[in-house]
Design a protein around this ligand. Structure first.
Ligand SMILES: *[C@@H]1O[C@H](CO)[C@@H](O)[C@H](O)[C@H]1NC(C)=O
Ligand SMILES: *[C@@H]1O[C@H](CO)[C@@H](O)[C@H](O)[C@H]1NC(C)=O
Ligand SMILES: *[C@@H]1O[C@H](CO)[C@@H](O)[C@H](O)[C@H]1NC(C)=O
Ligand SMILES: *[C@@H]1O[C@H](CO)[C@@H](O)[C@H](O)[C@H]1NC(C)=O
Ligand SMILES: *[C@@H]1O[C@H](CO)[C@@H](O)[C@H](O)[C@H]1NC(C)=O
Ligand SMILES: *[C@@H]1O[C@H](CO)[C@@H](O)[C@H](O)[C@H]1NC(C)=O
Ligand SMILES: *[C@@H]1O[C@H](CO)[C@@H](O)[C@H](O)[C@H]1NC(C)=O
Ligand SMILES: *[C@@H]1O[C@H](CO)[C@@H](O)[C@H](O)[C@H]1NC(C)=O
Ligand SMILES: *[C@@H]1O[C@H](CO)[C@@H](O)[C@H](O)[C@H]1NC(C)=O
Ligand SMILES: *[C@@H]1O[C@H](CO)[C@@H](O)[C@H](O)[C@H]1NC(C)=O
Ligand SMILES: [Cu+2]
Length: 594
């Protein structure tokens, strides 16, 4: 591996790196009993903690992370949203960029925090073990020179100073979901029953939650009407959707093999509740939410506190003033809240959207001096994720203009359409209609080591040339209702650099390029495309979503659904990015060779 030392850099580059530091973290992974929601099970701890410790660095830093695997199974760690420019080998995907880390072994990851800032996270990328708790926050604090969008919130100098301080001291809030079953047992339930299962026990905030078991009649009354129509107005006592014949296609099913307590059989627990302390003397707080859920589609709100959403997937946007936002697996949203309410305890209320389960989780936003208050806070969302009043405003995710403005190239060099669908069973999904990503990446020779890795032969893949723009359209078709009658929203994550969301519409994308689509149906395309690393397909029937990205970092990168069970079933694709220049890949490494 080529070694580049900072001493060998030209002077101009040295000046840019003047403030950069080499920051090192050690992460030790262990397996043991834990009870994040008050009910014990085996799970992953990182340095004895759950979630793992936050990795906080400054823009420009060079970061090394040594992972010691003391788990009883293989693992890898992926840094979600980190570009890995010139460090493709550290992207953490077995079969693509490394061999899995075997039990008792270690692996040291490295990446540059150059030209990136914002909120990210790290998580397991081996099998579905993210669901067992292998995740934690990553934050790259923006350099002081970075232009921020806060003057669009206020022009008051004191307020701006308070906002800047709040941003610097941001609270990193890891939001996830939790099941009593380990990922292996959970996946086994899908295989045994043939069902696409997505029922969980708890929504966790900072790794803490409880199991609520409201009466079934109350759960049913909380179902959104659209869901009631499809599912004959019923949910289990866990708020989960029953397996109504036809809703998952006419594949073979074995309901008798459903493990007890997975989809129904609610056992309540008091559990734990995270407390996030804020000081009203500071004026403002920044809550940076990290979407680490495996299965749940969530909605986030802070009771009585509207939010200025100012950063999405690690990039500033023109701030948007809202009460709630939908929150999918892998996404990050940073919210500024004004601390101008009476000192008290306020719920951070995070619920499922209601499309996938009736369930919620709560944390306490505690004002200094208000800890003894018993006044209940007024929620924006009920337990079923529906607004408590018509005045509640929700974030419009197609209107998140990047700040400062950036635009993709007006024309792309390549164009691909992907048919998203179930194949072979209710629980197996594909990004390409007919082919899976290999589920067992551990036994695959990493593609970065061998361009012709045999594992690639039957894998879904797209080959791109370096320094070109690539368009990808995700197409959901109604097609044969016995195959894919209803699709859940798929949060699709792209490894390495971010993508522009060019447009979205109902029906079929039947143009031969995005450029043609813009001419023929301009209303389906965005003037200020959102720039992010995770995008969500619409669950509303036949529809499409189009993205465009620049190939600038040669290497094998995954494009995949971030529902853990969907990824495990094969809903992914290998982007062989910049394949034409793979022989020239730079492998930056600044580990001391001695
Ligand atoms: C970069 O790393 C890959 C995988 O280890 C290796 O195949 C390739 O030869 C390396 N390239 C350079 C320039 O060191
Ligand atoms: C664990 O990873 C190694 C490669 O590092 C691979 O050879 C082995 O098959 C993997 N084990 C399992 C159970 O997947
Ligand atoms: C709803 O589900 C419960 C079991 O969870 C079942 O007992 C009940 O009959 C169902 N009701 C309807 C209307 O299907
Ligand atoms: C809250 O109650 C505790 C215990 O009674 C007391 O020590 C503390 O001073 C109270 N805090 C405030 C802000 O009143
Ligand atoms: C937060 O929500 C829970 C569940 O609805 C409720 O029991 C609790 O009283 C709320 N806390 C506050 C401070 O409103
Ligand atoms: C959301 O934003 C898009 C793009 O700016 C706009 O076309 C659309 O009308 C907005 N939707 C709502 C419900 O405001
Ligand atoms: C997508 O599905 C349509 C309709 O079944 C088919 O005509 C088309 O060839 C498929 N495209 C790809 C790339 O598989
Ligand atoms: C899907 O099922 C068919 C028929 O059982 C089988 O031939 C095919 O190999 C399966 N495809 C995959 C990708 O598993
Ligand atoms: C293309 O798709 C649109 C929207 O789904 C539809 O109205 C139109 O008829 C389609 N055109 C062709 C040629 O299939
Ligand atoms: C790939 O393209 C990017 C963007 O143009 C460029 O910075 C990079 O040096 C290229 N990489 C190689 C190995 O040619
Ligand atoms: Cu999916």
């Amino acid at each position: 591996m080529a070694l580049s030392s900072r001493l060998m850099l030209p002077l101009a580059a040295m000046a840019n790196l003047a403030q950069s530091a080499h920051v090192h973290f050690d992460l030790e992974l262990t397996w043991g009993l834990g009870a994040p929601n008050g009910q014990e099970r085996d799970m992953v701890f990182i340095n004895g903690q759950f979630p793992g410790p936050p990795l906080i660095v400054d823009e420009g830093d060079d970061v090394t992370v040594k992972v010691k695997n003391n788990l009883p199974f293989n693992t890898t760690v992926h840094f979600h949203g980190i570009e890995q420019k010139n460090t493709a080998w550290a992207d953490g995907v077995p079969g693509l960029t490394q061999w899995a880390i075997k039990p008792e072994e270690s692996f040291t990851y490295q990446w540059h925090a150059n030209n990136i800032y914002g909120t990210y996270w790290y998580h397991s990328h081996d099998m579905a073990t993210l669901q067992d708790g292998l995740y934690g926050a990553v934050r790259v604090r923006p350099s002081p020179e970075r232009e921020d969008p806060f003057s669009m919130i206020t022009t008051d100098e004191n307020e701006l100073r308070a906002i800047k301080q709040a941003e610097h001291d941001a609270e990193l809030i890891v939001v996830s979901d939790w099941s009593r079953y380990t990922s292996v047992d959970y996946m086994d339930a899908l295989k045994q029953t043939g069902y696409d299962i997505f029922c969980m026990d708890s929504v966790l905030i900072q790794g803490k939650g409880a199991v609520y078991c409201p009466p079934q009649s109350e759960l049913i009354s909380l179902m959104p009407e659209s869901v009631q129509n499809v599912l004959q107005a019923n949910v289990t006592d866990k708020g989960c959707l029953p397996f109504v014949t036809g809703t998952q296609g006419l594949w073979e099913h074995h309901p008798e093999k459903l493990p007890a307590y997975l989809n129904d059989g609610c056992i309540p627990s008091n559990g734990y509740k995270a407390v996030i302390e804020v000081d009203p003397a500071h004026g403002w707080a920044s809550l940076n939410f990290i979407g680490a859920a495996s299965e749940k589609a969530l909605v986030v709100s802070v009771d009585e506190h509207p939010m200025w959403i100012y950063e999405v997937d690690g990039r500033y946007i023109e701030p948007q003033y809202v009460d709630t936002f939908e929150f999918y697996n892998g996404e990050r949203y940073s919210a500024l809240i004004k601390l101008d309410k009476e000192p008290a305890n306020y719920n951070i209320t995070i619920t499922d959207t209601g499309g996938n389960q009736i369930i919620a989780g709560y944390a306490t936003l505690q004002y200094a001096g208000g800890e003894n208050s018993t006044r209940p806070s007024v929620p924006y969302l009920n337990y079923g994720g529906q607004p408590t009043s018509p005045d509640v405003t929700a974030l419009n995710v197609t209107n998140l203009p990047p700040f400062p403005a950036i635009l993709p190239a007006p024309q792309a060099d390549d164009f691909h359409i992907l048919n998203l669908s179930r194949i072979n069973s209710s629980w197996e999904w594909s990004l390409g209609g007919t082919t899976f990503l290999p589920a067992d990446l551990d036994s695959m020779e990493p593609v970065l080591f061998n361009k012709e890795s045999p594992g690639l032969d039957n894998a879904l893949k797209i080959t791109t040339r370096n320094n070109t723009w690539v368009d990808i359209v995700y197409q959901l078709r109604l097609g044969d209702p016995s195959v894919t009658p209803v699709q859940p929203p798929h949060p699709i994550h792209k490894h390495s650099n971010k993508m522009f969301v060019m447009g979205a519409g109902q029906g079929t994308f039947n143009w031969s390029s995005i450029e043609q689509g813009i001419v023929e149906s301009p209303q389906d395309f965005f003037e200020k495309p959102v720039y992010r690393d995770t995008v969500v397909t619409s669950p509303r029937g036949e529809s499409w979503l189009a993205i465009r990205y620049f190939v600038q970092n040669p290497g094998p990168f995954l494009l995949h659904c971030h529902m853990e069970t969907h990824l495990m079933s094969g809903m992914g694709l290998v982007l062989l990015d910049g394949y034409d220049v793979w022989d020239d890949i730079k492998n930056d490494s600044w580990l001391d060779p001695c």
